[in-house]
Every structure is written in structure tokens, then in C-alpha cells.
Ligand binder design. Sequence first.
Ligand SMILES: [Zn+2]
Length: 312
Amino acid sequence: MKFKSILCTSVFCFAIYSCKTQTTKTVTKVESNTSVYDNYSYTTDSLLKHIKTLSSDAFEGRRTGTAGALKAKTYIIEALNKLDVGPLGAHYEQHFKFDKYDAVNVLGLIKGTEKNNKYIVISAHYDHEGVKNGKVYNGADDDASGVSALIAFAEHFKKNPPKHNVILAAFDAEELGLKGAYHFVKDNTIQQRNIVLNLNMDMISRSDKNELFAVGSRYYPKLKPAIDNYKKIGKANLLIGHEGLGDGDNWTYSSDHAAFHKAKIPFIYFGVADHEDYHKPTDDFERIDTVFYQDAVETILQVFKQYDALEL
Ligand SMILES: [Zn+2]
């Protein structure tokens, strides 16, 4: 449960009851639904351990500048460090300030085996909404799912180093206006012209229709064949959409990839449609679909491999 208060009004007790009921339903659904895929490029148990931990009440909803965000930052750095991912600069942390906030991006680097001057940035945001009215907004899907996928990428790269340099970026302050991503791009830690691609993951762990959308190839046609030709594994259907063509909301500027797109850096954003727990205190680990999530992370990893083989 995410309720910080221990007040037990009748309304509160009802809320606990209804939440538990939902949780039981979800767990039953997942247990009866195993993946048809069994050759993951990373350890699925680790992926689930990370998302469960980062979206637990102990991290207090990870709001920028809070103790919970600091705890998340430390957790991510320790995970990257354990997997031999070094810092991009002298330290993993890239500090920045805006309004009343002290914020910090976490930036890791994996050196490429061939394309030493070109960088692919794989990103996810680790901040979320914090605690409001005594309720913890745990943000399991938004975006502990993306951050835990970053750690899965790190695990994969330990045994399979990429051709391009890869920056694993856990951005801060996405929920406050994509501030971490804008700061990273503007700061020129890596010169913009040397960043050849951003793959951004924000909300990738559940979909009633088993749909994982890839957004951005409309603007960067070179990136389209890898998605078009992708052969589905497991449960997640990879679809092109939400690019401002046809039906559906346009997600071109919906998350951190917007900062890259505005700087004319090619991007693909991976995400699912908004769901009933979106930006609600019920966005909990128990509500994700573990099989869809594992398969979505593998899908993104496989698409990455195709991009890594291209002349970007
Ligand atoms: Zn998000």
C-alpha cells in the first residue's frame, strides 16, 4: 500500500480493501500467463527486482529534490557500478538547478567497440510525483519500468559490448517539464553532433492490448525498417503510432525524447497507452504485467541491436 497515513476512517478502510482486491486479481492474471519466449538477453528476475524496489514505498514516489529521489539516484548508481558501467564524466551525477529544485541526472557510459566518436543515449526518467495528500505515487510503470530496463541494458552490455558508445541516462525532473533531458542536451557534455540517436523508455510495463508503441521513425526514416521488420517475440506487439499521423494522441513531445528531437537528434520513444493508474497512487508494481514487461524490454533491446549495426 502507498498510504503514508495510518488514519482509519471508513473511507480509508474502503480504499485499502478495494486496492487489495485489485492486487489479487492482477497477480492471478500474471501467474497464469507465462511468456512463450525464454531466451532473454538479460536476467528477468533482476529486472523485476529493480522495478519492485524502485516503486516501493521506501522510495517515497521519487519526487525531484526529495530524500526518495536521492535514494533512487544512489540505487541506480550502485546497480550501474556493479555491472561495470562507468560514469560519463568524473562522476555519475550531473547536477542542475531550476526554480526551487536541486536536481541530478545519472549518466553512465559504455565504450563502443567500433564507433568511438558516436554516442547512442538510452534514457528513462527516475523521478515521479512523490507523496501527495498522504498517498505515495510509486510510479511503477511511470517510470520505474524504464529505469529498470536501463539496468537490464547494462547487464546485457557487460557480456555484449555495443559498437557505438552508449550513454545510459536516468534523467531527473521529467515530471516537472522534461528538465533533466533538456539540461543534458543543452549542457553539451557530449557535443550534440556526436549523439546519433536517443532511445527513450517511459511506461513500458503494461498494456491491456499488449501494444508497445515506437514513436519517431516518421521523422527519421532510417530508423523505420528495424521496427517494420521486427519479428515479434512473446507477448509485446511492437507498433508504429502516435506520431501525429492518423488516429491517437501525438506523443512526439510527450517525454524526454522531445529534448533530443528539438535539437534535431534522431529519437525513438517506446511507450504504452495511458492506463487507469496513470499518474495515480495506484501505479504500483502489483499492477504491471510482468510478462508483457519482460517481453517489451527484450523487444527494445533487439531493436537497439539493429540500430547499433547501422551507420547512424
Ligand atoms: Zn513518465
